[in-house]
Write a protein that binds this ligand. Structure first.
Ligand SMILES: [Zn+2]
Length: 190
């Protein structure tokens, strides 16, 4: 599928921009390697160092209110995206799974968070948990946004994903949340 992609819209290198836009129109290449990656709390999952620091602070503050959650998915390499895409049925399943090169999980700035109050791996029920409500109210204070909000599919290209959080830094997160907009709208890319 690489031949069909307009190379001018493909980002090859990580310049450290935490507002980097990755979607179905703004792709990153197979060779894109995010810099400054660390392990999430000693697991095999990887995210950027500043995202990890913000996440740990957010987690500690939630824990102080007896709410706990974990990162179920973080960095995904291009080949991991390919495997996932194929497992969802390839082109036929692309409404449910991002084609390789279009996943912001590749940037090290996106995480899928799930609650520890439910059975592990429960994505469908996450939006009904107190952890989700707490994150909706508070994640912007730590620099995160809900990247694929309900009712914004026509802009983001993705269905509502309450578990998918994107680190954009506190300033952008505050404005995006206050105005109930998407990263695309914040960057004037729609
Ligand atoms: Zn995700």
């Amino acid at each position: 599928m690489d031949e069909k992609i307009n190379k001018s819209s493909v980002l090859d290198t990580d310049d450290g921009n935490i507002l980097v836009l990755v979607n179905r129109n703004n792709l990153i290449s197979r060779s894109y390697i995010p810099v400054g990656m660390v392990s999430v709390q000693g697991t095999e999952r990887l995210i950027k160092r500043e995202v990890h620091i913000a996440y740990l602070k957010m987690k500690a503050d939630a824990l102080a209110e007896n709410l706990d959650f974990y990162i179920d998915s973080a960095y995904r390499s291009y080949s991991a995206q390919e495997r996932l895409f194929i497992s969802y049925g390839g082109v036929n399943g692309q409404k449910r799974c991002a084609p390789p090169g279009t996943s912001e999980h590749h940037t090290g700035l996106a995480v899928d968070i799930l609650a520890l109050s439910t059975k592990k791996g429960l994505y469908k029920c996450f939006f009904q948990t107190p952890e989700y409500r707490w994150l909706c109210d508070n994640c912007a204070d730590y620099g995160f946004i809900i990247r694929y909000p309900y009712g914004k599919t026509h802009i983001t290209g993705y269905d509502w994903e309450p578990w998918h959080f994107r680190y954009v830094g506190k300033e952008a997160a505050a404005e995006i949340t206050k105005r109930s907009i998407t990263l695309e709208e914040y960057l004037n890319c729609v």
